[in-house]
Write a protein that binds this ligand. Structure first.
Ligand code: SAH
Length: 391
């Protein structure tokens, strides 16, 4: 079999599964893009099977420490293992969850979300994209109740692998948008139309946790999308809830959801940066601000610009809050470490002359498992801070 020899001191020797182009000492046996390759150390010892893409910065991703091919039978095995994990997690409905999440489920570049009878598949690496039909066959075998399988291949992550972006139906009838109920909350699944795969499943556990701060408070949910936080706050007895997003389609879904759920939420279509600025200028205040922005950076290189954006919205949000008020904030980029995020926040708090007392820490839900040796798998960080005192 073709393969690669990895340079000493590469991250794979610290338990990571990625080989960057700068870590390749040599190729052997003429591997072709998308092939399964043997990964060897510089003493010719086998250290695993990986998928090869010379067009990507991550040239090889290890998916097994054994000799292993990428075939339908392997996919079914990994899929079943991933499903068992979800079934064992408290608070997760295995019918509505992320069934497979890439490296964290031993399938680098494969993401499968399940919404009842609809599965949404993303193939984010060349090797997995080439094996899309084997993946579809595996989904049909492991999840026979699935009626429609949609390829949601419009992620920008595909560009890094040299792949085209598209959305299509791979199997079964074309799914129409439909509502789902999750606990107290209502969402709209639009597998073909909405952004990402439709819902931010990684946040599902955090809605009620954040809602628990909202009783009697005036709430501003920034970057609300379909309003998971806004709905949870309205349910938990917030005095008022305003929800802001720049996407008209997300807000249309939010209004439908709120109506179905009998909740009063004011949906505002605006750029959060502009809205916070206006509110600050007019001396407006509230009691709970939620910030859940998109990732402002796709690389370490643009981190400085991203931090400027993060600091601006945090500074403005803090100025809307008085002692006793709360700020709930999330970052969803693995490029931004917890330490960097908190340093930015401390800086904003200092400029806003606010004393912040931490009340809670949040993370991604368990259907997005974190691998200790792949720090990139931990990307969602969140915190609740109380504005302490009048000190
Ligand atoms: N809190 C949401 C997820 C937020 S994802 C949830 O739990 O479902 C980020 C959202 O920010 C997206 O809905 C996107 O449309 C919106 N967005 C991105 N840039 C924005 C901006 N500058 N102003 C307002 N909304 C923005």
């Amino acid at each position: 079999m073709a393969g690669i020899i990895v340079k000493p001191r590469s991250r794979i020797f610290q338990g990571h599964d990625w080989v960057y182009s700068s870590e390749v000492r040599k190729l052997f046996g003429d591997p072709q893009p998308g092939d399964v390759v043997s990964i060897k150390d510089f003493r010719d010892r086998f250290i695993g099977s990986g998928m090869y893409n010379p067009a990507s910065q991550i040239v090889v991703r290890r998916f097994s420490r054994q000799r292993q091919d990428l075939d339908a039978e392997f996919f079914v095995r990994r899929l079943r293992r991933a499903m068992n994990l979800r079934a064992s997690l408290a608070g997760i409905d295995p019918l509505f969850c992320r069934v497979v999440w890439s490296e964290s489920d031993g399938l680098p570049g494969v993401v499968i979300d399940r919404y009842g009878e609809v599965a949404v598949l993303q193939t984010l690496t060349l090797a997995m994209d080439q094996r899309q039909s084997a993946l579809v066959a595996a989904i049909q075998e492991a999840l026979p109740e699935i009626r429609s399988i949609v390829a949601r291949n419009d992620s920008v992550m595909r560009t890094a692998e040299g792949l085209e972006r598209s959305v299509s139906v791979l199997h079964g009838p074309e799914p129409k948008p439909f509502p789902i109920k999750w606990g107290d909350l209502v969402f709209t699944v639009d597998a073909l139309g909405a952004q990402k795969t439709g819902l931010y499943l990684d946040q599902f556990e955090n809605y009620a946790l954040v809602g628990s701060w909202s009783g009697g408070r005036r709430v501003l949910d920034c970057f609300c999308h379909q309003g998971g936080f806004a709905q949870a706050c309205a349910k938990a007895g917030a005095a008022s809830v305003e929800a802001v997003d720049s996407s008209a389609s997300a807000l249309a879904a939010l209004r439908d959801n709120a109506e179905r759920n009998g909740l009063s939420i004011e949906a505002i279509e605006a750029n959060v940066f502009d809205l916070l600025k206006e509110r600050e200028a007019s001396g407006w205040t509230c009691d709970l601000v939620i910030l859940d922005p998109p990732s402002f950076t796709r690389s370490r290189r643009s981190l400085r610009d991203a931090l400027r954006g993060y600091k601006e919205i945090h500074l403005r949000a803090l100025k809307l809050l008085e002692p006793g008020g709360m700020l709930v904030t999330f970052s969803c980029s693995h490029h931004l470490s917890a330490a960097e995020f908190l340093e930015m926040l401390a800086d904003a708090a200092s400029d806003a002359k606010r004393t912040l007392r931490r009340r809670a820490i949040y993370t991604q839900r368990g259907d997005h498992p974190i691998l200790l040796n792949i720090p990139e798998s931990e990307y969602l960080r969140g915190y609740a801070f109380e504005i302490a005192g009048g000190w």
